[in-house]
Design a protein around this ligand. Structure first.
Ligand code: HAH
Length: 339
């Protein structure tokens, strides 16, 4: 075991050597506030927001890469890999993209031309830094009857924008691994819709290399059997898998309680047990899974502090608010040394 971090705390990513990379989503603040922790324990980075459309391309002739560049430089300085997130999404995307100057909707051709130019510029810029891109994020609905999410992309361009995005990304960097990424990916119904979408892309010869399971999970859901079935189903497509945005919320998704200022002991015990069984399962699928990226680094900052309940704190990670390893950390790291 690599006991090379602080004292006797093994480095998280070293504990998973031979299994998969261990990543963290970061932002311009966390690479400073938690920079040491991040560089010490993770060997891969994703920019939480800084490479999204609205962050890098606020107006047609304006690209703003300063924040994204800082994160890429941090990764490179610390010898970490980097994933790109994300080229096509329905959120955090600038309105100008879909509009003419007078506010009327653009034509399909114009939207696709803008998409191509955006993808070329962004993917090209980070060619040396980024080995894998989330090309298309969250286009499948959670509802039973409909497959594709109703978005401006779909309204204007029709379903082929999905294949186009992968083609443009592949042209821009033929070496990059290209992912379809989504949440509620282990829900059997949504899983089958994601599978069908990805399969149809493969059948059309679209350059897609992986499925990203966001893995925004909690102490109770999804069940291990559903996670296992999802991994097997996606892997049966012959694609690479990654967990791209893992966190384990201490609340059920529909639990709106707001009274806690610290996690209960029971929550932290349950979380350690949950992480232990999750990583046992993930290790079983090491041949299909190449990386597990957490959607944050430590409990002092998580997007879950505002979602789905605004301002409610959550404690979803392996490191606490002071960047110290939690029981959840030891439950996944000790499992490895028992093997
Ligand atoms: C993810 N969506 C996004 O991929 C990521 O870019 C963002 O920073 C946080 C979470 C998860 C999600 C959502 O967008 C809507 C409902 C549920 C979950």
């Amino acid at each position: 075991m690599g006991n090379s971090a602080n004292g006797n705390v093994p480095k998280l990513y070293e504990a998973f050597k031979g299994f998969f990379d261990i990543g963290a989503a970061v932002n311009s603040r966390t690479i400073i506030q938690a920079g040491d922790l991040i560089a010490n324990h993770y060997n891969s980075l994703t920019a939480e927001n800084e490479m999204k459309f609205v962050s890098v391309h606020p107006a047609e002739d304006t690209y703003t890469f300063e924040e994204a560049d800082k994160i890429a430089a941090f990764a490179s300085k610390n010898g970490m890999k980097m994933r790109g997130h994300t080229l096509v999404w329905h959120n955090q995307t600038s309105d100008w993209l879909f509009q003419e100057d007078d506010g009327s909707p653009v034509s399909r051709d114009k939207l696709l031309a803008r998409l191509k130019s955006h993808i070329e510029t962004v993917v090209n810029r980070y060619k040396e830094d980024i080995y894998a891109w989330d090309v298309v994020n969250e286009v499948i609905t959670d509802e039973e009857s409909v497959a594709l999410r109703s978005t401006k992309w779909l309204d204007i361009a029709g379903p082929s924008y999905i294949a186009k995005a992968f083609e443009y990304a592949h042209e821009a960097d033929p070496k990059a691994l290209l992912f379809y990424n989504d949440y509620n990916e282990s829900n059997p119904l949504k899983r089958d819709k994601i599978y069908n979408l990805v399969k149809s892309l493969l059948d059309q010869g679209v350059p897609i290399h992986g499925v990203g399971l966001q893995a925004h999970w909690n102490l109770y859901d999804p069940g291990l059997n559903d996670i296992r079935a999802a991994i097997e189903k996606y892997a049966s497509l012959g694609l690479r898998l990654q967990l791209t945005e893992l966190d384990v919320s201490v609340f059920r998704f529909d639990d709106k309680r707001e009274d806690l200022v610290a996690p209960t002991e029971e929550m932290m015990e349950n979380q350690a047990g949950r992480y232990e069984s999750l990583f046992n399962l993930l290790r079983e699928y090491r041949d299909s899974i190449d990386a597990v990226t957490f959607w944050g680094a430590a409990d002092d900052y998580t997007w879950l502090n505002d979602f789905p309940v605004r301002g409610r704190k959550n404690w979803p990670f392996l490191f606490d608010e002071n960047h110290k390893p939690k029981d959840s950390f030891w439950s996944v790291v000790n499992q490895n040394s028992k093997r």
